[in-house]
Design a protein around this ligand. Sequence first.
Ligand code: LCS
Length: 394
Amino acid sequence: MSSEKLGINSKLIHGGGFKDPLGSATVPIYQTSTFIFDDADHGARCFSGESDGYIYTRIGNPTINTLERLIAELENGYGGIATSSGMGAVNTVYMTLLNQGDHVVSSAAVYGPSRVVLEQKYSKLGIEATFVDTSDTEAVRKAIRPNTKLLYIETPSNPTMYITDLVACSAIAHEQGIPVAVDNTFSSPYLQQPLDLGADIVLHSMTKFINGHADVVAGMIVAREKSMYTRLRGIMVNMGFNMDPHQAFLVIRGAKTLGIRIDRAQQNAMKIAAYLENHPKVEWVRYPGLESHPQHELAKKQMKGPGTMLSFELKGGLEAGKILMNNVKLAILAVSLGGVETLIQHPASMTHSKVSTEAKLKADITDGLVRYSVGIEDVDDLISDLDQALAKII
Ligand code: LCS
């Protein structure tokens, strides 16, 4: 059966199109840096592109290529480009599309380093960035300049959980011929497919949902068109942002259960969000599945489910948040997200600590905001854990 016709859970198990010549049921780890040519002419043909034989693992490797094909199938794109980390994917996109004198419009609330690298490094190469709340479509239109070469969106945004209208923003960018890249880490392709909503590039920190077991750092980019794919791939290869075959093997294994992990964690997240929203010590909760979320309707339209990430602020602000974080016993106090285990962290002093105080406040990353990544534990245990920790706040 053609894999295009399969449902997403079947694709997760059988996608990637790898056929092992020895009949292995799983994708083997081709732990090699280089590949043997049949003869000198074959080597030359591989390099010229006449033959598609493998050359060198930074350029291509059967285990890594299988993962690239799998994620490209899930995102409905032309091809995938695996990277050593999510930041490897982010920087491959920036380096491919931004040159001296260019300008990028980015969501103000993005993963801290995705913003900081533009402010502190690309600015020194003559590249300007404007950060706007991309959930405000008009703000995106106004931020575009004649030299804008990229619209970079994170939705839902880390850690504010704002949702950007991808259809509307892609249309605005495309009117000016500007490509749109979407960091889809918070949803994974299981819940959102940005290329189908108009984006040209989708990228992931696969460290999160796609791998799902907090044991790998990895990234992926998928391009809709061949020409963009070729440009991105060239930068990844020559910058050395490549993945390692063992990483690819672990991500392929983790990805098989993406659907059931998210279904389960999402059920937990809905209950936890409702519990927190009704708790007297909680000021607000931002979870796309709650009617109180400012873009609840858009989330329902654009995403197949509200996901497993939520942020909230306690009435006692940061001090109360610290008491909560220091007293949870089941949730783990750690950065990262999207794994089977529930994680809690404080963005202002952890994942977004390098973002300036002014920029944090403008992006609504308040000092009291706590981020909670819901795992697949028993939800009653997670709620009891929060309950006993919240009780410690006087
Ligand atoms: N994009 C998003 C939305 C992320 O959340 C992260 C990492 C990255 C890109 C970078 O991926 P990495 O290089 O770490 O694979 N986010 C983290 C977070 O929120 N806590 O720890 C890492």
